[in-house]
Design a protein around this ligand. Structure first.
Ligand SMILES: Nc1ncnc2c1ncn2[C@@H]1O[C@H](COP(=O)(O)OP(=O)(O)OP(=O)(O)O)[C@@H](O)[C@H]1O
Ligand SMILES: [Zn+2]
Length: 488
């Protein structure tokens, strides 16, 4: 069944590669986590839905997965390169709160979204500020050969490693034109691995180091946390497509320097074998961003009555390497599709015999075996979740198949998709929008009265109830094929 080799798109080579684990039978994955200076927008969450599907796929393929996601609570500047202020310091100043409080609040908010989207818990969440001593050690190890000191910090000289910027395929001479000119920098693309606190200033977060009081650079953080927990080289490093341009090339440069110093002599040792990137969720007006004022949070979707897993499904409908445009209509369509799947699955579940069903029951029938194999081939082809979904739907639409075969095969497919079909009822998908003035219980009570009136052929009362509900924004849907009866 799981014998189709897993192929993944490696951004380093810009090609599909068969996954060959560094450690037989294992898969070690590092995902760049959020900078917890603000709520994540749903675009950010696309990056974690993608990483989650990757992890689930590796588990499906039988690898023992170790997944690490970090929490950045220091060092990420308002520009990915060396320009601007520390995002955390800036927000703390704006809110007149301590950075630690800011970090805690937004980390919890992020975790709430992770849970709502059925993103599995990684083996470890690494928090940047817990690893500062290791970051200093790492920097000390590469400082002599690869770095130089300026007034503002310790800088990495990108000309000291072979083939810098190959991930971005950027022209390093121009440094993409985004890198702030710092007096004394040897190459435009050189970056700070340690930022000194300017004389006369105190930062809320600062540590002593051989280069003076200061804070680690954002790129250093991810090199250190990934190497510490997973060991170089590990299998897969993931992040959003923007990280392909600056953050990950800089991580790679540091990893190369570190690995060479530590006897892993290949000058192109990038730290991770495969680098994978999800494309952006965009709005009609452009890339979604929380730096630009109003932004879409998962909670806003819920407040408007959309189940968060409809957003997960929306992500799965697109390939992770394609841009995905967000629209409310698209989200509504995803919710309807999810409802259909949940209801179809529930129908099969109702038909199950009372006995305990073995998880491998799907292997008994040819049709479910074939469909699981097709699902496997889709997912093994660089995570083609869109096709995986249609295979699942095709199976749920079958007739005259033993229900235990369908239910176990669907549960198996859902272990990759993560839609939670097994523990959802259609009523769970009906969320009352925050703006609604009427409660679900009130709606249900009104509908029960209306049903009685109709049974008694009292159509005047029945119509009056419908009109009352309409006045409160509730649309009664007689004969709704999905059996939803009402919507707000
Ligand atoms: N619109 C988007 N669609 C998909 N992924 C995104 C989008 N914007 C950011 N990401 C990814 O989300 C993850 C978390 O990013 P992070 O917390 O650093 O947010 P950010 O870069 O400060 O956000 P923004 O720049 O949108 O304000 C990263 O992997 C990043 O590449
Ligand atoms: Zn990172």
């Amino acid at each position: 069944m799981t014998d189709v080799p897993l192929k993944l798109f490696n951004s380093l080579t810009r090609s599909l590669e068969v996954f060959e684990p560094v450690h037989p039978g294992e898969a070690r994955v590092y995902t760049c986590g959020p900078t917890v200076y603000n709520y994540p927008h749903i675009g950010n969450m696309r990056a974690y839905v993608f990483a989650d599907v990757l992890g689930r796929t590796l588990s499906w393929k039988g690898y023992k997965l170790t997944h690490v996601i970090n929490i950045t609570d220091v060092g990420h500047l308002t520009d990915d390169a060396d320009a601007g202020e520390d995002k955390m310091e800036k927000m703390a100043a704006e809110k007149a709160q301590s950075i630690w409080d800011i970090a805690e609040h937004y980390k919890q908010a992020y975790w709430a979204d992770v849970k709502a989207l059925n993103i599995r818990q990684p083996a470890q969440w690494t928090v940047a500020t817990d690893y500062v001593p290791q970051m200093i050690e790492f920097a000390k190890g590469i400082a002599d050969k690869h770095c130089y000191e300026l007034e503002s910090g310790l800088y990495f000289d990108v000309s000291t490693v072979a083939d810098y910027g190959r991930l971005a395929r950027a022209n390093t001479e121009e440094g993409e034109g985004r890198i702030e000119a710092v007096e004394g920098k040897r190459n435009a693309a050189d970056f700070a691995i340690w930022r000194k606190t300017p004389p006369g200033e105190t930062r809320q977060m600062e540590w002593d180091s051989p280069w003076g009081k200061g804070a680690p650079g954002w790129h250093l953080e991810c090199s250190v946390m990934s190497g510490e927990v997973l060991g170089f080289p590990f299998d897969i490093h993931t992040g959003g497509i923007d990280h392909r341009e600056i953050h990950h090339p800089n991580e790679i440069a540091q990893n190369q320097a570190h690995c060479c110093t530590n006897g892993l002599d290949d000058p192109r040792n990038s730290g991770a074998r495969i680098w994978m990137h999800n494309n952006f969720l965009v709005e009609r007006s452009g890339k979604m961003s929380k730096s630009s004022g109003e932004f879409l949070r998962l909670q806003l979707l819920i407040d408007k009555g959309y189940h968060p897993l409809a957003y997960r499904l929306m992500c799965l409908q697109a390939h992770y390497r394609s841009e995905l445009e967000f629209s409310w209509e698209g989200l509504g369509a995803a919710l309807t599709r999810l409802k259909r799947m949940v209801m179809a699955f529930a129908k099969w579940r109702e038909k199950l015999p009372d006995t305990q069903i073995p998880g491998d029951s799907w292997e008994r029938e040819r049709v479910t075996r074939d469909l699981v194999a097709r699902f496997d081939a889709a997912i093994a082809n660089d995570l083609n979740t869109a096709e995986g979904l249609t295979v699942l739907e095709e199976m749920l639409a079958l007739k005259k198949v033993a229900p235990e075969c369908i239910v176990t095969a669907a549960a198996k497919m859902d272990s990759v998709l993560g839609l939670g079909l097994g523990n959802m009822e259609r009523a769970d998908l009906r969320i009352r929008p925050k703006s609604a003035s009427i409660t679900e219980a009130e709606i249900e009570a009104a509908l029960a009265r209306r049903k009685e009136a109709r049974a008694a052929k009292d159509f005047a009362t029945s119509d009056a109830i419908r009109d009352e509900l309409a006045a409160q924004g509730v649309e009664v849907m007689d004969g709704d094929p999905l059996g939803w009866e009402w919507k707000l």
